[in-house]
Design a protein around this ligand. Structure first.
Ligand code: KG4
Ligand code: ZN
Length: 356
């Protein structure tokens, strides 16, 4: 089955063709970074308009790359949510119109399921069940995954997502949008241990996160050193390093706890922040010590892309799932409400006794 995937939930237009036997045939991505940089963050209306301009040309490009025609496509998957309503509607309307023209089924995919399944596009693939840490600009979630569509939320951020905290700290340090990779690069020049920032919520039971207090702590530290304009280069880098270390060790502690709680020996990470080198290294160390395995997406599939939507959509379309003729978008959408795709083996994920 050949599936066209369309991602347009935020500031990236991603399009891809995924074949159920041959794998990923073609992909194209347009980033809106230059468009939004001037404003220091994503402007929803500008995002929607740019998706309108870019989606069809990118679809033509992937068809050409794969030497396919529209009539070769067997199904279309688009991101139906969560995300910006206007941006989602662009992908949804184009997907629905092409589905009507090509007479093929169309399916709205959950953006975070796209992220979650992205590591399954390449070897080594984790067997089910596994624990997933989803870390993006909008979400920080720990999920017990018994199968495709069989998701149980173990914990999530009660306020800012990890990526959002990276982006806000970038602004405090006068770094351009999007801030995550910039903070990480600056942290490379920082001295570990000069500042010690709190690890939020590690002393409380449970698997929830909170990053907004840490963000305030960073702001107070910046102000205590005379404010953004007065920071010397080394202090800026040291603050970036302390912030990154605090986020990374908080995520590692909660992941270890989630593995212990579920008794599971497989941890998968996905979403934009999963590109972070220090996070990957720390999780690799933790999983090795716990006799567990870590699964990461290829770097180009960490942040938003069309391939993950084509892949996730392909799994569901193969199982016979598709939507009816409406253009459905869900700016807010609970991952736990998705339909399962195959027998789940949920029993094997029964948590161990006690609270996490
Ligand atoms: O998954 P994603 O592309 O979009 C959402 O679904 O939100 O994630 C984007 C987030 C942004 O907050 C960005 O700053 C962060 O991922 N990010 C990183 C890194 N690369 C991207 N954060 C930390 N370190 C990185 N290397
Ligand atoms: Zn995303």
């Amino acid at each position: 089955m050949l599936v066209l995937g369309i991602e347009s939930s935020c500031d990236e237009t991603g399009v891809a063709l995924y074949h159920s036997h041959k794998g990923l045939l073609a992909e194209a991505l347009h980033s809106q970074i230059d468009l939004h940089r001037l404003y220091g963050g994503v402007v929803p209306e500008l995002a929607s308009r740019d998706h309108i301009r870019k989606t069809l040309p990118l679809i033509h490009a992937v068809l050409e790359q794969a030497a396919c025609r529209g009539s070769d496509v067997d199904g279309i998957a688009y991101t139906a949510g969560p995300g910006l309503a206007g941006a989602l509607l662009v992908g949804g309307a184009i997907a629905r119109a092409l589905g009507f023209a090509w007479e093929v089924p169309v399916l709205g995919v959950h953006h975070m399921e796209g992220h979650l399944l992205a590591p399954l596009m390449s070897e080594p693939r984790p067997a089910f069940p596994f624990v997933a840490l989803l870390v993006s600009g909008g979400h920080t979630q720990l999920v017990a995954v018994a199968g495709i569509g069989a998701y149980k939320l173990l914990g999530e951020s009660l306020d800012d997502a990890a990526g959002e905290a990276f982006d806000k700290v970038a602004k405090m340090l006068n770094l351009p949008y999007p801030g995550g990779p910039q903070v990480a690069a600056l942290a490379e020049r920082g001295t570990a241990g000069r500042f010690e920032f709190p690890r939020p919520m590690i002393n409380r039971p449970g698997l929830d996160f909170s990053f907004s207090g840490l963000k305030t702590y960073v702001l107070n530290t910046v102000n205590a050193h005379g404010g953004q304009g007065a920071l010397d280069a080394q202090t800026r880098a040291d603050i970036a390093r302390a912030f990154e270390d605090a986020v990374v060790s908080t995520l590692v502690i909660k992941c270890r706890r989630a593995l212990e709680y579920t008794g599971c020996k497989r941890l998968l990470i996905a979403g934009g922040v999963s590109a972070n080198t220090r996070l990957r290294a720390a999780l690799e160390k933790m999983t090795r010590a716990a006799d567990a395995s870590l699964y990461c997406p290829a770097l180009r599939f960490c942040s938003d892309n069309g391939a993950m939507i084509a892949f996730a959509g392909c799994q569901r379309l193969l199982a016979g799932q598709h939507d009816d003729l409406g253009i459905v978008v869900r700016p807010r959408w609970n991952l736990e409400t998705l339909l399962p795709v195959q027998p789940t083996g949920a029993a094997s994920l029964t948590p161990c006794a006690g609270t996490p």
